[in-house]
Design a protein around this ligand. Structure first.
Ligand code: NAP
Ligand code: 12T
Length: 351
């Protein structure tokens, strides 16, 4: 379809909020693509999508859809990954999975290329893309860990609705319109589509993302806690998280408190490390009111860090404000970046 020598790529969930950004990212990067297969449920099958000026018809995902595929990018929910990822692997594809289905599986590398690209070498067909909130945090923490060590992480998130999919974006817009026009908001999706209660997100803040676990933490909080330890190869690192939804369309923000491994580090030391690090843009100039914000991060692949302060009481403690586009570095870009890493490391053949 495109290049004579290249990869056969499938995007599962191509019509979704993440899938659409996958297509944009594949258009903007120069991964050699021979053929692009777009998959969805029966609902969207038949829809035509433009890619590099060409029309591609979306097809219903079936086991046979993965015949001849080299790399399959999955973002259609955990159940679809559980159903189809093994079918894709059976047919010789490498799966890059954006859902939480396989992230904590010991046989599945959980990868953020800036942090643990080498883990890709141990893959067995499936590679997991971490949770959006985890990705942007570990990108910011890794350069600090390398230089000074890391003893503790406490994070509070300020997450956008697009993390919960296209329907949640529509819900925020529709509720905002209704309220501004004097009508009543009718919550139907957030905080979690399948949960018992739904709450207004427009002009509100909801301290629940994903379902509650028995320990009182939400699954989103536990994802951040467990995935951070796995990606950073620090199973004993103390991590705690509070995940909160805001009426922001796209761009997650995080207030991160860390304790590093040694005394004597200064704010300029940390700033210097982050300024030089791959995938990070330092925006930290309080005198000129320069700091990261989600509205400015939308459409960008990088992780933005600012508001770096030393804790006033704890010598090894620092506070950071970390912002990124949750659909790009948090999902689509990190997945495509993993595909690029596979090529670079010679872990996938171009036929
Ligand atoms: P979305 O906007 O609701 O889109 C869901 C996509 O999945 C649509 O393309 C949909 O196709 C497809 N789909 C649904 N049922 C299917 C089926 N039976 N077979 C094949 N495709 C099916 O959701 P999203 O925000 O893009 O997120 C999708 C998934 O990605 C989430 O469930 C989550 O697991 C993962 N995700 C990960 C991160 C991260 O942190 N890395 C962030 C966001 C999302 P139709 O158009 O046919 O309905
Ligand atoms: N429920 O990939 O609602 O595990 O913002 C990411 C984002 C799950 C995931 C969200 C979610 C994931 C959300």
């Amino acid at each position: 379809m495109f290049e004579t020598k290249g990869l056969n790529i499938a995007v599962v969930g191509a019509t979704g909020a993440v899938g659409q950004q996958m297509l944009k990212t594949l258009e903007n990067r120069n991964l050699p693509i021979k053929n692009l297969t777009l998959l969805s449920s029966a609902r969207s099958a038949g829809t035509k999508v433009l890619f590099k000026g060409m029309e591609i018809e979306v097809q219903e995902a079936k086991p046979e859809s993965f015949e001849g595929i080299d790399i399959a990018l999955f973002s259609a929910g955990g159940n679809i990954s559980k159903l189809f990822a093994p079918e894709a692997v059976k047919r010789g594809a490498i799966v890059i999975d954006n859902t939480s289905a396989y992230r904590m599986d010991q046989n599945v590398p959980l990868v953020v290329p800036e942090v643990n690209e080498e883990d890709l070498k141990n893959h067995n067909g499936i590679i997991a893309n971490p949770n959006c909130s985890t990705i942007q945090m570990v990108v910011a923490l890794e350069p600090i860990r390398k230089q000074f060590g890391l003893n503790k992480v406490i994070v509070s998130t300020y997450q956008a609705v697009s993390g919960a999919g296209a329907a949640a974006i529509s819900e925020l817009k529709e509720q905002s319109r209704a309220i501004l026009e004097g009508e009543e908001a009718k919550p139907a999706i957030l905080p979690v589509k399948g949960d018992k209660h739904h709450y207004q997100i427009a002009f509100n803040v909801i301290p629940q993302i994903d379902k509650f676990q028995e320990n009182g933490y939400t699954f989103e909080e536990m994802k951040m806690i467990n995935e951070t330890k796995k990606i950073m190869h620090m199973p004993d690192l103390p991590v705690s998280a509070t995940c909160v939804r805001l009426p922001v369309e796209t761009g997650h923000s995080e207030s991160v408190y860390i304790e590093i491994g040694q005394s004597g580090a200064s704010v300029p030391d940390i700033q210097g490390l982050l300024k030089e690090a791959d995938g990070i843009i330092l925006q930290d100039d309080p005198a000129n009111q320069v700091y990261p914000m989600p509205q400015a991060a939308v459409g960008k692949n990088e992780v933005f860090v600012g508001r770096i302060r030393k804790d006033l009481d704890e010598e090894k403690g620092f506070h950071l404000w970390v912002v990124s586009d949750n659909l790009l570095k948090g999902a689509a870009w990190n997945s495509v970046q993993i595909a690029e890493s596979l090529l670079k490391l010679g872990l996938v053949d171009i036929k």
